[in-house]
Design a protein. Sequence first.
Length: 111
Amino acid sequence: MARDPPAGGPVSITEELIMAKVEMYASMWCGFCHRAKALLNAKEIAFIEYDVDGDAAGRQQMMARGGGHTVPQIFIDGQAIGGCDELYALESAGRLDPLLGQSVNGGGSDG
Ligand SMILES: N[C@@H](CCC(=O)N[C@@H](CS)C(=O)NCC(=O)O)C(=O)O
C-alpha cells in the first residue's frame, strides 16, 4: 500500500545505497578518457583510475579482463562495459544508473 510522504520534518531513510565499483584504464593525453571522466564526475561517481600511459603490462591486463585495446576501458563491478562512447550510450539509454548503483530496500514489497 502506498504511503503519503510526511508533511514536514526529518525523513527516515530506510534504503541502503550500494555503489558499484567503477574502474577506468586511462591515459593522461586521451580526450575520450577526459570525456568519460567528466561524465562520471558530473554524476559524482567515484572511480579507480589506472594510468596505462606507457604501461604495457597495464594494457595487457586491461585487455585480458575483456576490455578493448583503446583507452579508456571502463569496468563496472568487474564487467567490461567498453570505452567512452559505450559509457555515454548507456547513459543516453538510461542504463548507466542501474549499473552504477543498486537501491536495496530493507522492507518488503507492497502489493
Ligand atoms: N570509441 C572509443 C575511442 C577511444 C580511442 O580512440 N582512444 C584513443 C586515445 S584518445 C586510443 O586508445 N588510441 C589507441 C591507443 O592509444 O593505443 C571510445 O569511445 O572510447
